[in-house]
Design a protein around this ligand. Sequence first.
Ligand code: FES
Length: 81
Amino acid sequence: MIIYVCIGSSCHQRSSYHVMKELKSLIGQNGLEGKVSLHPAFCLGGCGDGVTIKINEEIISGVGMGNVADLFKARVLKTCL
Ligand code: FES
């Protein structure tokens, strides 16, 4: 599984750096380093609604520190475990 986190200017201003750091930490905590790779990306087209990420081919907007862990559980853990 590949997760892209937008680091474009709008997402950067909305803490994409922290979202990326949290995703990296969640991947490590769950021992998924070999199954999930995390990459920065430039604008994914969802600028208006918080940080945008892409999991495989699905674009998800409105990601932030308040929902990234739940999102990880629902979209990543369920698929990988
Ligand atoms: S800058 Fe992140 S989606 Fe556009």
